[in-house]
Design a protein around this ligand. Sequence first.
Ligand SMILES: Cc1cc2nc3c(=O)[nH]c(=O)nc-3n(C[C@H](O)[C@H](O)[C@H](O)COP(=O)(O)OP(=O)(O)OC[C@H]3O[C@@H](n4cnc5c(N)ncnc54)[C@H](O)[C@@H]3O)c2cc1C
Length: 816
Amino acid sequence: MAVSVVPTRAKIVIIGGGVGGTSVAYHLAELGEKEVILLDRNELTSGSTFHSAGLVGQLRADPTLTLMNMHSVDLYRKLQATDTPPSWRECGSIKLASTPERMQEIRRQIGWAKTFGLDLHEISPQEAQNLFPLIDLDGVVGACYMASDGQVDPSQLAMALAAGARRQGVQIFTHTRVLEIKTTNNRVSSVVTDKGEIECEIIVNCGGMYAPEIARMVNVRVPIVPMSHQYLITENFMPVDAPFLPSLRDPDNLIYFRQEVSGLLMGGYERNSKAWSADYNSIDNIPANFNNSLLAEDWDRFIDIAEASQKRVPKMSEVGIKSFINGPEGFTPDNEFCLGETSVGGFFVAAGFCAHGIAGAGGIGKVVAEWVVAGEPTMDLWHMDIKRFGASYESPDFTLQRITENYEEYYDIHYPGEERKSARPKITSPVYEWHKANGAVFGEKASWERVNFYSTNIGNDALRPKDWLGNHWSNAVQIEHYATRNNAGLFDESSFAKARVKGARAAEFLNYVCANNVVKGVGKTTYTQALNSKAGIESDYTVTQTEDNEFFIVTGTAFAIHDFGWLEKIKREHSFDDVEITNITRDLACFAIMGPKSRIILQSLTESDLSHTAFPFMNSKKLTIAGITVRATRVTYVGELGWELYAPPENALALWLAIMEAGKSHGIKPCGYRSIESLRLEKGYRAWGGEINTETNPFEAGLGFAISLKKENFHGKAAAIAAQTQLKRKLVAIIFDDITRVPFGSEPIRIGSTIIGRIKSGGQGYTIKKAIAYAYLPIENSEVGTHVEVEFFGTWHQGVICAEPLFDPSNERVRS
Ligand SMILES: Cc1cc2nc3c(=O)[nH]c(=O)nc-3n(C[C@H](O)[C@H](O)[C@H](O)COP(=O)(O)OP(=O)(O)OC[C@H]3O[C@@H](n4cnc5c(N)ncnc54)[C@H](O)[C@@H]3O)c2cc1C
């Protein structure tokens, strides 16, 4: 029998000793966790960490990620002052714009940076050259500079974090391989290693590119693929006493540089990427002894990067190469991290750092440690949450296609409204062929092919947004918007995530999970939030009571795993064992007919009385429409009279055709998701992941009406009461007179010279003929009529806070 050299029990076991695992360990220790063990199958840093390039940039498109990277920099500064310094060097960074479009992006980013107090500012090409004298300015349009960015030695960083963790009691065992993970009642109970078994309550899988193989031990799919990433280091050629260079990114040429001793390190994101140990037919299969190892040099794939580097830094063609690194790194399908608790209780993941794991490590460690301790995220981590990945990512082909696309476009400008091109269509509506034949332009959400708009709805270009915000804009959207406001629009919303919740205690369970009272009798529909223990909005959905002990839940397309996972978690943690939660998304198509003429159109297809008295708002019934049995629910997300109709997929086409035919003489139009966005922004309907998330509470979001504080108890009630009485900020609607100058998200808001917030979401309101934005502002700045300025593309624009909703404030249309 093997002798056990690891403890037999710990509260938390971290698997993996790269920057991810050591940072999680460090932060758990900081939070006072005493029983923490970190295991690595080899030495610390022997995965991807040891061969990293070590650049640390802070500003990202996602505000949460920016805040995380800012924490990293603070931490690395602090560690530098300890006796295990990670060689943090705050050398600053330059980003070059080699195209006018990139310069526009940079100006937008400079605006975002202001909302974080980051010192990013525009510099001229000449100033860029003064700071980095080796560059040739040919084609450089402009640049920006951030003094607080830097570089770090990745291995020393992991060692510094490990030392900090050890000092606070974390035990680290290297050369200890996890072989098996045991679970009881779908919760982790122990890890089996080659040195013995450790009973535990929580496991954090910090396995980097090995994370999928570790997760397979509990049947969890982590869609990470090891991708080859290459850089070279030149011979030393600069005078040793020359000023240390800032790091340099030239994304239009796909390259980055930093100083390495008195030479340069140069790498890039090739257009011809290469996965390692995985392909389109098989998942990752990393050799059991692959540690402290690199891949073979692949010069053929690096040649374009090398040539681009020589153009931008001509010295690159003169100096010798000291080393060439080809290292594998775990990439995810959207270039964001994979964090959080999985569908197995207590099994967390923190992996897939997509070549920005050194910049992110400090922040990752912090948010994951907080998540583990609190049992829920402490920031809005949706964009990094493992629950954003659906069942499609079980497929190696789908996963790799997405990862390849994203890797190769890593440095591209991602314009608003851009759609992914790879692996489509994946899941289609039963009416997909009709849409296609009728001019649909599709978008993709959670691998569902959905109609964005129909090219056959032809408008004009007068309202096209200025700058590159208009790149993916279509004039069809306003036509669909007006059709819905004036007559009727028919929307295919079959991708909505749907669940059935059933059982003797289903009503009790849902009234505990949901902040609103959702048990109002059979046929009643309720809009509600599910709150976490800090009253942050974990989910936002409608619940229909279909039987005494049965409920039907509808939520956004992308949220099935997340929202139904939250239900499962509460069920597990509060012993509602007999409640059955079933994802029935694919069992029902959903069409929404919305607009003032929707009643007259639908009434012509059914014997049932659809009058307001017979079928009031927020009610749901089974009806026969055009001979097809449907569940009709009188709700709206666009601010109009209307119904959502749920029907089995086999009857969907007949239903769609019947409604289109009946609506012809009433001006009905098929409509897509882009018009929903414009319509709901006018009406002020919140979108989870847009204006609301786990970090915002219902009262500041203007959703207090959907909270029933009268209910005896619900999850997060104590915090909700506190939130109501201690309101510090408020979501407000800001409008701009010029509808073609559109804020899109993250832009800074100021009064005078003081920055008071950042835009959360924005778009065009075609009925009110204004550009619209939503933002959380301090209560003292949130009064209706307050004038603010918002910066887009480097210019400040006047906006004014308006009373909500901007359209139909008395709700006459919805309740007509
Ligand atoms: C060439 C290259 C350049 C890069 N440049 C940058 C950069 O400039 N800036 C930046 O921010 N990021 C960069 N990165 C990314 C960064 O290096 C990674 O994101 C980061 O190192 C990943 O750390 P990790 O802890 O997730 O994984 P790893 O460092 O791979 O650690 C995972 C650990 O898990 C252990 N493990 C696996 N299976 C088991 C098991 N069964 N039992 C026990 N232990 C196990 C492994 O031994 C390994 O040590 C670069 C990456 C590469 C490849």
